[in-house]
Design a protein around this ligand. Structure first.
Ligand code: BG6
Length: 223
């Protein structure tokens, strides 16, 4: 039975992976790091600090930069970008889905690898406060996606059994995190989130119009 639905943020609520990538590419250039598109794609869905930790281990050139410094360089530009682009809207159909679930008394949360400030900015910008009393950011966990910690923390805050949660995710790292948390996972194929292998998800959708409360319930009946 469904007790809760947990939404990833970047690439699921807001089409922001291209913004992250743009900002990160600028930082790569500034510090002289040569990161291939394939390597960059493998970090989608990870907390910024984990991405930089991985890059530091692989690329000698950026040893001199502290992780906190690298995180800071990207985060501020991301927030400035979304705040100064007032036309940015939620991904089509997602707010209608959230509203429908809310009206059916399904508990809701956001679990995003983004920093706390980014999560709060997006929730406020899209006026989602009413729906999401629980939000867990990358700053709130020790181990980011693909570790299941962020989803387990959200389930705990909602006071629900992880097995009764459904997660919406657009990245390979996020889908793995959800499945390790023993939750159902709907892979949202967002072409702007790069080439993401969502094959571990229970179902994959291309559009929120493909999903509704009834189809979510069916996920449990089929298993
Ligand atoms: O978990 P979410 O909301 O998809 O967040 C993912 C993003 O979180 C950010 O902090 C990273 O810098 C991005 O590169 C990453 O893709």
């Amino acid at each position: 039975m469904i007790e809760a639905v947990i939404f990833d943020m970047d690439g699921v609520l807001i089409d922001s992976e291209p913004i992250h990538k743009k900002v990160e590419k600028r930082v790569f250039k500034e510090i002289g790091a040569n990161i291939s598109e394939e390597e960059h794609n493998s970090y989608v869905g990870m907390a910024c600090k984990d991405m930089w930790k991985n890059i530091k281990e692989k690329h000698d050139l950026i040893r001199e930069f502290a992780i906190e410094e690298l995180v800071e360089m990207g985060v501020e530009s991301y927030i400035d970008y979304i705040l100064s682009n007032k036309y940015i809207e939620p991904i089509e159909g997602v707010v209608e889905l959230i509203d429908d679930l809310y009206k059916k008394d399904i508990k809701l949360a956001i679990a995003s690898s983004g920093v706390r400030k980014s999560v709060d900015t997006v929730v406020k910008m899209f006026k989602l406060e009413k729906y999401f009393k629980v939000t867990v950011s990358g700053d709130d966990v020790k181990n980011g996606k693909p570790s299941p910690e962020i989803f387990l923390k959200a389930a705990k805050a909602l006071n629900v059994d992880p097995k009764n949660c459904i997660v919406f995710e657009d990245s390979k790292n996020g889908v793995h995190a959800a499945k390790k948390a023993e939750m159902k996972c709907i892979g949202f194929k967002n072409l702007n989130s790069g080439d993401q292998d969502l094959s571990s998800a229970d179902i994959i959708i291309n559009d929120y119009l493909e999903i509704n409360h009834k189809r979510l319930r069916n996920l449990y009946e089929l298993s």
